[in-house]
Design a protein around this ligand. Sequence first.
Ligand code: NAI
Length: 248
Amino acid sequence: MRRVVVTGAASGIGAALARRLAQDCEVIGLDRKAAPDDAIEFVECDLADADSVREALGALPDRIDGLANVAGVPGTAPPRTVIGVNLLGTRRLTEALADRIAVGGAIVAVASLAGYHPGFEDRIAWLLAADDDAALEWAGSSGISGAQAYDVSKKAVLAYSRRLCARLAPRGVRSCTVSPGPVETPILGDFETSMGGAVQRAAAHTGRHAQPEEIAAVVAFLLSREASWVNGTDVVVDGGLTSRRAES
Ligand code: NAI
């Protein structure tokens, strides 16, 4: 049976993904808060805290087939937290688990349409090269807003995933991202606050927001063996929002 670690498994997209994968995989959920579902093995861990991640690693299996990096915080959080969780937490866990992923396995991170917002392009390579302290120092002292930090964090996750693809493909491990538009989860209200009307405008184009299960289905596919030739790419799952907005 395939064994998959899912971060952010206590809520929203991560919870929907864990439920779906549990039908035919062994799922280990990881989150800073307890999972609502006893059916899934669960490890409590704060991805922003290196000690907490180190402790969690001891509770995770030596060999896994997939890692889904879903946990994230919105732009209503302080910039240091946004960069600390969305980018550095994702990278911390991924680097620690990469060698445990079996041949034929995959890493899938949930990025965002926000990763396509223009700006900060020249900061991304620097951020990926910076150590955690330097990245957090920049997030806290550069004057960027939480919303800007969110865009940067997701842009950096997209770039990091492409780099992982180049690094891990020779070992037979794939790396992809999924970029959702607005999704009906507990943090949608925070996005409404931090993105100033963009979430409502999105619904005017698409008629509704996504359900978490509609994002989880795509992540599950990318993690599966059926996606064996999909690698190093981002799949936008936005109900056509990007195209419909461009054509209107
Ligand atoms: P959610 O708030 O329902 O779930 C996020 C989960 O991440 C929560 O269970 C939370 O406890 C966990 N988490 C946050 N910080 C953590 C930390 N330091 N350590 C461990 N776990 C932590 O939100 P949702 O919508 O399911 O978000 C999942 C991902 O999807 C996030 O990366 C988010 O940025 C992304 N996304 C969400 C969209 C939306 O409209 N809901 C749109 C585009 C991307």
